[in-house]
Write a protein that binds this ligand. Structure first.
Ligand code: NAD
Length: 431
């Protein structure tokens, strides 16, 4: 049993602290957000993530998991300290390291003996060294810094954490490497041991590569639409090549969003720029993605005419992907804004993310819970997130409730032939 502190209990920190507690460690989760900590101590979980609520409750009850705002006490009583605070993008695309630096300052003030400081936040190359320098200015004793980027996916975060594809441990210290390797031993995964900078780069390279796959297949989808080919079959055909792989991120849609891909692509562009490396692929990935987020409007206009004023449009899906309540950089929000700019009347539905979306959309749209009611009198239905609930809907009832049977499917969730049989005017992506 290890004594662990996890600083920042957002998506990554809360999953990390809870899962390490579940694995038998004594874990303190720390955040500066007093309300978040109060709620967690009452068993109220700030995010939706499958299985997380039960695990938090169970481990709080067993005494393995505790939440506080007292970073000093947490640092003093722990041997292993994770940094899991946000690293949001700045206006120029570079990474805002203020939260990481502020945590390093607090650790430097509180540290009272040898500890391993593990950075889990996604940070630019060299940040491990910055953290080391900040702490050493305040503390002259022995400590080590490790880069241990996180690869969990929102929506499957708990199971990703417990069964990771790989674990990256970057450090120059043999002692710290052994401590962190041991900490992860029960996960039964491949551990890649590297230096700090390599570990930091593996995270950016992975996310930027996944984003590249998405923009690549979206460009193929755009060709498919011009020539009358089917992108889902192109993707299927590509994935059977073992060098590409069955799980390749080749699903055409309305672009990537979320808190990671947009930020990390920008972050890697900035890293390349600072190091005088030409990495024009990434500029194209970004360009393609923002164009893709605009691509539904012409499709909607081809069904409803150019003037969308007062048209009743229903949007299914607000979260940037299914099984999460995260709406950060969600394509749905871009589409809704474009429709509101054209004075359309918007009704939205999302199984989980409505409360988060309300913080951004306020009263500019109508919120509905029931799928059939949401399309009552609608001129067009748009699919913006591929929630399973949407795929299994009774299409007969949907058609009956709509004023006009128009569907623009930004996630290719429906079968094209079936939609024709039901009598919908149906447009999707690259098919
Ligand atoms: P988040 O915004 O959900 O959570 C960050 C938390 O840190 C917040 O609760 C905030 O209050 C807290 N915080 C900020 N300053 C603090 C301080 N000084 N002391 C204590 N707490 C503080 O962020 P997230 O989505 O969990 O991401 C965290 C990091 O992990 C980022 O670098 C992100 O890129 C990376 N990451 C995220 C994901 C993901 O799916 N969300 C996956 C892998 C990696």
């Amino acid at each position: 049993m290890k004594k662990i502190a996890v600083i920042g209990v957002g998506y990554v920190g809360l999953v990390t602290s809870t899962c390490f507690a579940e694995l038998g460690n004594q874990v303190i989760g720390i955040d500066i957000d007093q309300k978040k900590i109060d709620n967690l101590n009452k068993g109220i979980i700030p995010i939706y993530e499958e299985g997380l609520t039960d695990l938090v409750k169970k481990n709080r009850k067993s005494g393995n998991l505790f939440f506080t705002t007292d970073i000093t006490k947490a640092v003093k009583t722990s041997d292993i300290i994770f940094i899991a605070v946000g690293t949001p993008p700045m206006a120029d695309g570079s990474v805002n390291l203020d939260y990481v630096k502020s945590v390093a300052e607090s650790i430097g003030k509180a540290i009272n003996g040898y500890k391993v400081i593990i950075n889990k936040s996604t940070v630019p190359i060299g940040t491990g060294n910055i953290v080391k320098i900040i702490i050493s200015k305040k503390y002259k004793g022995d400590f080590d810094v490790v880069s241990n980027p996180e690869f969990l996916k929102e929506g499957t975060a708990v199971s990703d954490f417990m069964n990771p594809d790989r674990i990256v441990v970057g450090t120059d210290s043999v002692k710290a490497q052994k401590i962190v390797n041991d900490l992860y031993a029960s996960q039964n995964s491949t551990i890649i041991n590297t230096d700090i900078k390599t570990a930091e780069l593996i995270k950016y390279a992975s996310n930027a590569f996944l984003a590249t796959e998405i923009s690549f297949i979206n460009s193929i989808a755009n060709i498919c639409e011009k020539i009358g080919a089917d992108v889902t079959k192109v993707s299927e055909g590509m994935k059977l090549d073992q060098r590409i792989g069955k799980k390749a991120f080749l699903n055409a849609g309305i672009g990537y969003g979320g808190s990671c891909f947009p930020k990390d692509v920008k972050g890697l562009i900035q890293i390349a720029h600072e190091n005088n490396v030409r990495f024009s692929i990434l500029d194209a990935v970004e360009d393609t993605n923002s164009a893709q987020k605009q691509s539904l409007i012409p499709k909607i206009q081809s069904l409803l005419g150019d003037d969308l004023h007062d048209k009743n449009i229903t949007v299914w899906g607000l979260a940037f992907k299914p099984n999460t309540d995260d709406v950060r950089e969600a394509p749905s929000l871009v589409i809704i804004k474009q429709l509101l700019d054209r004075n359309a009347k918007i009704t939205v539905v999302d199984p989980i993310a409505t409360e988060q979306a309300k913080l951004i959309l306020g009263d500019t749209v109508i919120y509905e819970e029931n799928l059939i009611k949401s399309v009552s009198g609608a001129d067009c239905l748009i699919i913006a997130t591929e929630w399973a609930e949407f795929k299994n809907v009774d299409l007969k009832q949907i058609k009956k409730a709509m004023k006009k049977a128009n569907i623009v499917d930004g996630r290719n969730i429906f079968n094209k032939k079936e939609m024709k049989v039901f009598g919908f005017k149906y447009l999707s992506v690259g098919r």
